[in-house]
Design a protein around this ligand. Structure first.
Ligand SMILES: Cc1cc2nc3c(=O)[nH]c(=O)nc-3n(C[C@H](O)[C@H](O)[C@H](O)COP(=O)(O)OP(=O)(O)OC[C@H]3O[C@@H](n4cnc5c(N)ncnc54)[C@H](O)[C@@H]3O)c2cc1C
Length: 382
């Protein structure tokens, strides 16, 4: 049987030096942010903030300089990620492009696509959405039906995507379409495309989440023309590419830090002389955080060494989302505070926001059950 391998990774001095720089920047940028604002974690969307991150060289950090990148290490990038997440910075306008769309183009895009898109992503100017899920295809992604039919000079697209986070705010979507129907072989005939969200024939409609907030959408394509030069990779190679993209999506520290703000606020709430129960609960949370951080850092270290830690990244996401999902209930049980959305103290609103959003943590980026199936396959158990 195969096994996990979490190699011990430590941060080199240049990465730790960068931490101070990032903290000083974030302290200034987020001076007016309350706990409840910071609880949005990587959900906050602010293009100006992303541009300023780009000016600092903190987007596309590991990419080649010739594409606007900065040729820094995966461990330096890790420091920027964990500091922005820990501070609750509004990173969403560049997060998807930095984490997965850019790396996907670096690996599978044409030279022209790299030159056209990567420098603008690195400057924090382009926001990307992920066009994978469809009304009848979520976990079983290979069953998608949105068709991209070959026409002169490009493709004509018809179909519907759902749960597309920030499609209404993004410039482009990297979408998976069916370019060929191969009977009984659903993983074949899929291709990826860069789609301009302003293209004629695209209709983006809001889907409100259970809190009434609008961040995901239904995106309907009606005879949308996508030119040949915006197909990413070979026609029909979409499945291999999209699984690579999902591995990028699952590998970062955002998969265990979503509720961190609540832990920080709870520590503040119990004060310097916590009772025994509070000390035990918070001690346990902090011990779990430290362990998850070491596991997540290990994934970053393996990426830096050119390895392929897909299995370990899936384990961190599974254990990490269980942890971040339990935090609101653990803290509610400890302090008995009411989760509130509008009124109440900053602490109660932080608790309210995270109580409402925690159920989605184990769905986005692939559900817990599906992830465990991937882990089992990686271990040779199925
Ligand atoms: C906050 C949020 C943001 C999202 N953003 C995006 C986005 O930007 N772009 C995008 O394309 N998608 C996005 N999604 C969609 C997300 O990827 C899907 O919701 C997810 O993949 C599950 O698909 P589904 O909702 O169709 O559920 P289903 O696939 O129908 O699953 C229903 C239940 O059945 C279980 N299940 C399904 N298959 C199996 C199996 N083989 N074995 C065991 N259990 C199984 C699942 O675990 C789940 O509990 C987002 C979702 C959320 C919650």
């Amino acid at each position: 049987m195969a096994t996990f391998n979490f190699e011990l990774s430590t941060l080199p001095p240049e990465a730790e030096a960068l931490r101070d720089e990032v903290r000083t920047f974030l302290k200034q940028e987020l001076a007016q942010y309350r706990g409840a604002d910071r609880a949005r974690s990587w959900g906050g969307f602010n293009r100006d903030f992303s541009r300023r991150m780009g000016e600092r060289g903190w987007i596309g950090m590991t990419w080649p300089k010739k594409y606007g990148g900065h040729e820094r290490t995966a461990l330096e990038r890790y420091v920027v990620l964990e500091e922005t997440l820990a501070a609750g910075a509004p990173v969403s306008a560049h997060w998807v492009a930095d984490r997965q769309s850019g790396p996907l183009l670096l690996r599978f895009g044409t030279e022209e696509q790299r030159q056209r898109f990567l420098p603008r992503i690195a400057r924090g100017e382009l926001a990307f959405a992920i066009g994978m899920s469809e009304p009848d295809s979520g976990s079983d992604l290979a069953s998608i039906r949105t068709r991209a039919e070959k026409v002169d000079g490009g493709y004509r697209v018809n179909g519907t995507k759902v749960w597309t986070s920030n499609a209404h705010l993004s410039d482009y979507m990297i979408a998976l379409f069916r370019t060929r129907v191969v009977p009984d072989k659903k993983h074949e005939g899929l291709s990826q495309f860069l789609v301009d969200t302003k293209s004629p024939g695209i209709n983006i409609r809001p889907i409100l989440d259970l809190s009434g907030a609008h961040h995901f959408n239904e995106v309907v394509f009606q005879d949308v023309f996508v030119p040949d030069d915006l197909r990413v990779g070979d026609e029909g190679a979409g499945w291999k590419q999209v699984t690579t993209e999902l591995a990028f999506e699952r590998s970062g520290p955002e998969r265990y830090l979503s509720s961190l703000r609540l832990v920080i606020e709870a520590i503040r709430e119990v004060g310097r002389q916590p009772g025994e129960r509070a000390a035990v609960t918070i001690g346990r949370l902090v011990a779990h955080l430290a362990t998850l951080r070491q596991m997540s850092l290990s994934v970053a270290g393996m990426l830096q060494a050119g390895k392929n830690p897909n299995l370990e990244a899936a384990v961190v996401k599974d254990v990490g989302t269980c942890f971040e999902q339990e935090i609101p209930e653990t803290i509610h049980a400890l302090l008995g505070a009411e989760p509130r959305l509008e009124s109440g103290s900053d602490f109660e609103r932080t608790l309210g926001f995270l109580t409402e959003h925690a159920p989605s943590f184990s769905l986005r980026g692939g559900t817990r059950e599906v992830l465990r199936g991937i882990i089992a396959r990686g271990l040779g158990l199925r």
